[in-house]
Ligand binder design. Structure first.
Ligand code: PDD
Length: 291
């Protein structure tokens, strides 16, 4: 079955889908995106993703291209047409194409230029995910060289791609960005957490230096329900290396244990019990969408 891609109002076979060479997403990274988890063919926590998309767009001076309800229909239809059971659905919105008469042009296109909206979806292998959860991942730390608005979920992800490649070359499954004070900001595509010696969950407060993760937000709800203590503060790499547990959260990884940071094992070097429990109960709180 060929994959189906939604592009600006049409559902097309993957091979026929495309955006223009003057698209601002391609030329300037002038675009934002969202990634939602799909389980049992249903989208998880659609509302916070769509709300965050609206916020990312507002922060770059764009409007949401269609109502949240209409976006939801596109997401669901893309999931359905691609027969995704367990996987992900992606929404990409760029500021549209530069005018042909001008060619590549930094300034925003004329008012009325339609944005580019693309939606794709794909299955992920249950065995692969379960293996990752079971083994945990190693993390490599890298100086945070991203821009000052990491709260905007922009598709301008070169720093993340480079960091992930560097981590991969060292056998690590994620990169953790570290600020000038030696404190962890977040993962290249996830939020970073530790469990301290007292069993408190520590994660960086949501400012402009990190993305306000939807899984981070849901996990905070889980912690409240479980009466577990949350401390929102930045932590150093050394502190993380001597923490009881460490893990990352994202819509695709949920709660993924970190077992090594820069070669140093965390705890006994195996996924932490609390991380595993949090992942197991995460979906008791996350909102499951319609088919
Ligand atoms: N990344 N921080 C960064 C830099 C991210 O790119 C992501 C998500 C997160 C976690 O956000 P959420 O919990 O809403 O997934 C934090 C997605 C999964 C990606 O780019 O593939």
């Amino acid at each position: 079955m060929s994959r189906i891609v939604y592009v600006n109002g049409r559902y097309l076979p993957h091979a026929e889908a495309g955006v223009g060479v003057l698209d601002r997403g391609f030329l300037f990274g002038d675009a934002v995106y969202e990634v939602c988890e799909v389980r049992g063919g249903r989208i998880i926590d659609e509302a916070p993703h769509v709300t965050r998309l609206g916020r990312s767009l507002a922060e770059i001076g764009m409007e949401i291209p269609m109502t949240p309800a209409a976006l939801g229909r596109v997401l669901r239809e893309t999931v359905r047409r691609n027969r995704v059971d367990l996987g992900m659905v992606f929404l990409q919105v760029s500021r549209g194409e530069c005018a042909r008469s001008k060619g590549r042009d930094f300034y925003f296109p004329e008012e009325g230029t339609p944005p580019t909206l693309v939606c794709t979806a794909r299955n992920v292998s249950r065995t692969t995910i379960e293996k990752r959860w079971g083994a945990g991942i190693a993390v490599k730390t890298i100086p945070d060289n991203r821009w000052g608005r990491c709260d905007i979920k922009t598709s301008m992800l070169l720093a993340a791609c480079l960091a992930k490649e560097e981590a991969k070359a060292d056998g690590a499954g994620e990169a953790w960005f570290v600020d000038a004070e030696g404190k962890v900001t977040e993962g290249a595509s996830s939020n970073a957490w530790i469990v301290d010696k007292e069993g408190r969950l520590v994660t960086r407060p949501a400012g402009r230096d990190i993305l306000r993760g939807t899984a981070r937000m849901r996990l905070i709800d889980v912690l409240k329900r479980e009466k577990l203590e949350l401390v929102e503060r930045a932590f150093t790499v050394e502190e993380a290396q001597s923490a009881r547990e460490a893990f990352v959260t994202s819509a695709t990884a949920i709660v993924l244990p970190v077992v090594k940071i820069d070669g140093r094992p965390i705890g006994n070097g195996a996924p932490g019990a609390l991380s595993e429990r949090l992942r197991a109960i995460f979906h008791e709180i996350a909102v499951v969408g319609e088919r």
